[in-house]
Write a protein that binds this ligand. Structure first.
Ligand SMILES: [Zn+2]
Length: 502
């Protein structure tokens, strides 16, 4: 019996898989009638050019195969048009009508092709608009904001943003009405001269570590933000002490005024006494008056909006809200704000322009190389996880494992941006397709970071959502995921079309 897998890509090289279901069994019949056993199915990583990698999904592992076969049939499923005529197959990109390759038919219905370098075009996704990708990486930030970041050169690593987005599902669900900007009576003239604080919650769903509130601090002068996650409002005071220690040490200034509403957690006697004894002036806003709508409260709205967009866009469950809020703060600290001219908050705070080329799409699929002893060979290929943010403490990516319900941190990660977790059926995660893999990322150790601007600011936001999780850091000398360059594959392989038995 010949499985429909005969229209799949296949390889005999087990090493090239980053993710494999080794239980998968079937057979393929080659054009010459020879039958070969399929002993697995998974994802292969290929280099399309220096530093740019692509995932090819649903590749069959055929141990007897000496060539790596990329199926034309599978190409058809993803925006490539195939014209068979006069014994020639033309592969045409449907998006720009550009002919990618001409494949002559040889014997036994095999179309074989030694692709030139130009042929590599076939494996770049023409469909994923770069500007839209940055809209996603930036937590669904509006295009005006993105353009401004680029125009004013506010961050390093952002390309030209040109188009308005197509309709974005995440934005539709996430966006709420903006609160009117109140007239600001008074602006701070130095960092920590005025700090706004507000609590948001309780949330309907607990976070992964059982939190129901987030406590936000905003520095009035720089608009830099910090977030803490709480089980109870009463934790506000100890978290304030933590925030004060970190923030004052970082900027060398001291907190002069703290502005909050009159919530019980803020007027708690020991909190008030502490401020009095330490020369911190307290300003208590009157609750529920729109004129006095606090800046922290407005920021909270923006945060919730962005958090919802990110969760909805990737169909993520609500218990990831704290991961999303944490990422939102990380993004907003790198986004334009009206109050600071031509600088992002983190730039104003650290006096360094931030690097943003490490930003990834929240909720996308991430393959992490996690080195743990006693794993079998398949496990070592890389674990399939969900990207949920940036780790400040260990300079890695936070990755959620829905099966084990835990967050790990890894530096060696490959991202499949357009993919999302299949909650109904976690085993078969995706239909056969060519997906762009935006890139692989290895966060470098700051000590050997050639660009001093690139890393230290990632340290700044003292997030605490990860406290209760096992942080697994990959060894810095752990081997990268196995990759093969396309050229290497082309040198030893053909693109072939396998006809199925009726
Ligand atoms: Zn959006």
């Amino acid at each position: 019996m010949v499985d429909s897998g005969c229209s799949n890509h296949m390889t005999g090289d087990l090493e090239s898989f980053t993710d494999i279901d080794d239980k998968y069994r079937s057979q393929v019949k080659l054009g010459d009638g020879k039958k070969l056993k399929v002993e697995g199915k998974g994802t292969v990583v290929v280099c399309i050019e220096e530093g740019n990698k692509t995932l090819i999904r649903d590749v069959l592992y055929v141990p007897e195969l000496t060539l790596n076969l990329l199926s034309v049939g599978q190409l058809m499923l993803k925006n490539y048009k195939l014209l068979f005529d006069n014994g020639v197959c033309e592969i045409i990109n449907k998006v720009d009508n550009f002919m990618v390759a001409k494949v002559p038919m040889t014997s036994n219905r095999i179309f074989s092709l030694a692709m030139s370098q130009d042929g590599e075009v076939a494996f770049k996704s023409e469909n994923l608009d770069q500007s839209f990708l940055w809209h996603l990486r930036y937590g669904h930030l509006n295009f005006r904001g993105l353009k401004l970041l680029r125009q004013k050169n506010m961050v390093a690593g952002l390309p030209q943003i040109n188009k308005e987005a197509k309709i974005c599902e995440g934005c539709i669900y996430g966006k709420m009405h903006r609160l009117p900007f109140p007239k600001t009576s008074w602006r701070a003239k130095a960092p920590l001269e005025l700090v706004h604080a507000d609590i948001c919650g309780p949330t309907r769903t607990q976070s992964l570590s059982g939190k129901r509130y987030f406590l936000l601090f905003v520095d009035d002068f720089t608009r830099m933000m910090w977030v803490f996650f709480l089980e109870q409002k009463s934790e506000a005071f100890p978290k304030f002490l933590q925030f004060q220690a970190v923030a004052e040490k970082e900027c060398g200034h001291q907190i002069k005024t703290l502005r909050t509403d009159r919530g019980g957690e803020f007027i708690y006697t020991p909190f008030m006494e502490y401020c009095r004894n330490n020369g911190i002036k307290r300003q208590l806003r009157v609750c529920y008056t729109p004129q006095q709508n606090g800046m922290a409260e407005r920021k909270n709205r923006t945060i919730v909006e962005m958090e919802r967009s990110m969760l909805k866009a990737k169909k993520l469950p609500n218990n990831l809200w704290a991961e999303a809020v944490n990422t939102t703060i990380y993004i907003l600290n790198r986004s334009p704000t009206k109050a600071v001219r031509n600088k992002t908050p983190i730039h104003a705070w650290h006096n360094r322009r931030p690097q943003v080329d490490h930003l990834k799409v929240f909720g996308c699929i991430a393959y992490a190389h996690i080195s743990t002893p006693n794993r079998d060979k398949f496990d070592q290929k890389g674990e399939k996880l969900i990207f949920t943010g940036y780790s400040d403490e260990s300079k890695g990516y936070r990755l959620y494992n829905p099966v084990k319900n835990e967050v790990v941190v890894s530096r060696d990660v490959i991202f499949d941006v357009m993919a999302e977790w299949n909650w109904e059926n976690p085993i078969s995660q995706s239909p056969p397709s060519y997906e762009i893999l935006e890139d692989s990322a290895t966060l470098e150790d700051p000590s050997n970071d050639p660009d001093p601007v690139a890393s230290p600011e990632r340290n700044s936001a003292p997030s605490s959502e990860g406290d209760n999780f096992r942080d697994v850091l990959t060894d810095s000398d752990s081997p990268p995921l196995r990759t093969r360059s396309l050229r290497e594959i082309y040198e030893t392989s053909h693109v072939a079309y396998f006809s199925c038995e009726p």
